[in-house]
Design a protein around this ligand. Sequence first.
Ligand code: NAD
Ligand code: UDP
Length: 316
Amino acid sequence: MHIRKRILVTGGAGFVGSHLCERLVNQENDVICLDNFFTGTKDNVKHLLSNPHFELMRHDVTFPLYIEVDEIYNLACPASPVHYQHDPVQTTKTSVHGAINMLGLAKRTRAKILQASTSEVYGDPEVHPQPEEYWGRVNPIGIRSCYDEGKRCAETLFFDYHRQHKLRIKVARIFNTYGPRMHPNDGRVVSNFIMQALRGDPISIYGEGQQTRSFCYVDDLVSGLIKLMESPNEVTGPINLGNPSEFTIRELAEKVIELTGSRSELAFHPLPSDDPKQRQPDIARAKTLLDWQPSVPLKPGLKETIQYFQRFVRDR
Ligand code: NAD
Ligand code: UDP
């Protein structure tokens, strides 16, 4: 008989969180989706609301939480530069106080806990592709630091709770992920380019567009997160989750124009400060320890995402 686990997903009404909640509910778990709706929306999970095994809870992770759970996925944190720079002090609090509160909850309930960390812990890297052993090159006082250093401190807390309190922890370092339910105005490159292409507006390339990123489709990421949560206790991570296929931002712009059939032109803007020049995950660890690797190439993933934004534009 399948025993339903009680699983808490913080940031569950966000882009990645909503896909994760959906998958966990479909796998017959009891899912508590916690969110303060800063960047997430009820619309992202409205199709789950009628399911008695899904519960939506308004709460801010910077405040303590007392519930009973078996597993915690800690995703609460704005992820796009526009959103996390909107209130940088709150961003650091969300990562640091949020981690302390969720680790406290895990300690009391003896739940297993997974942290959604990020490739940003590597900063603007001198090592390429980035393996987990690399300590990174992060500016501690720049405009991205509230996010990068907040996530680095959260990792520290996870490993100290593991060493000091014997908590079962899992740390995933997530690389650029895209797909349906990305926020249309979050300023991230995939959502920006698709919205601009659909409206026929110029495609905003920062710098020369020669900086690179590696884009992972959200379904692949969700599989990786669940595999990591279900891995043996000794697998704590950190473990990179992302798609190693690397593209320049200019190549991405050209692909989006091709797939949307748009007449948008390319427009070049100044590069924001501390923008990493290249990024590609080394996923050898995920392959060996989790038997995981992404399976959705950029083209079909972009097609799905474009269809979502087409529906989104039509429905508004
Ligand atoms: P998102 O902004 O769509 O989701 C974040 C969710 O957290 C939102 O629903 C937001 O309302 C909620 N939230 C923010 N602050 C909160 C708080 N104080 N209390 C409760 N809820 C709060 O972003 P996403 O892309 O879905 O990212 C999810 C997680 O994955 C984040 O932790 C992010 O740092 C991490 N991540 C994402 C990517 C990516 O490319 N999408 C890359 C690396 C890491
Ligand atoms: N970018 C761009 N045009 C945009 C938005 C972003 O050229 O309209 C670039 C940005 O400078 C960065 C890359 O695309 O080099 C990815 O940006 P994003 O904000 O999506 O994520 P990051 O990986 O920087 O956190």
